[in-house]
Write a protein that binds this ligand. Sequence first.
Ligand code: UDP
Ligand code: MG
Length: 311
Amino acid sequence: MSQDKKPYISVVIPVLNEEENLLELQERLVFTLSKMGKPYEIIYVNDGSTDGTQKILEKIHHTWPNVKVIEFTYNCGQHLAILKGFEKSSGEIVVTIDADLQNPPEEIPKLIQKIEEGYHVVGTFRKNRKDSIFRRIPSYLANIITSYLTGVKLKDYGCMLRAYRREIVDYINMCSDTSTFIPVLANIFTKRIAEVEVEHEERKRGKTKYSLFKLLRLNFDIVTNFSIFPIQFIGFIGVIIAVLGLMFAIFLFIRRLVVGPEVEGIFTLFAILFFFIGVQILALGIIGEYIGRIYMEVKKRPRYVVKKELL
Ligand code: UDP
Ligand code: MG
């Protein structure tokens, strides 16, 4: 229906090894979107899948007219996949959704409606989130830290069912960050953000693509990519410790004059020493993290490598 018209809604979907979910997703998306009666496009970004994903996506591309497929040569990460989809999108409203059907596509109209009310970004939070405790704890911590660092308090930064106005997507497209987290990036450009509650389903097929390590990495990325808070915090701690150390030295000196030299002070000294060593190693680690990032940037390696585009 909407082949030639400029799309009003673009749906961007990052896909990593989701062959079992794609057909159901596509059918439910088409059903929901065509009911809305506006022209739309669906953009799948295959993030280096090694299963039958690409084959199924190509079939979908040939069956439905308004489907674009972009294939990455290797796995570049969910957020870079979405960025590529953003670049190729042209809708007035751009929606991101996971391919695993944990976010029901039927919720999309709710988001569109919120955007039409005048918000620039609409996030979602998951009602009765159906994930394991090991998946929820890091998310919980990430939400607190991210809310604090970015100054935008959201209940659920991790839920990728989101909608953005065209201009926000255009701003995001101007950024050249290599490790990024889109919901946070979007917050930089607007404060008109709404959050709506959506259903969340268990993953019926396939398994999560986020190992604990990949999750930690992502959270670390959020903190270091969007702020220099850790480095400032360490500097601050350093100053406090230096002042305390100095006061302690003065105290020991006065004590020596009044009470006489300490006899068994060796262990106190060790304790203090270990503390200092610990702080130094931590500081080194954090500095290293930033230097690592600078290194990645100066290498100017492409953020992603596209193998195939079906537009
Ligand atoms: N994904 C991706 N690249 C990755 C990891 C994930 O494109 O490196 C996709 C994945 O196929 C899914 C979405 O991102 O569509 C969310 O991933 P997943 O459901 O595994 O994450 P979780 O729900 O456990 O947070
Ligand atoms: Mg999921």
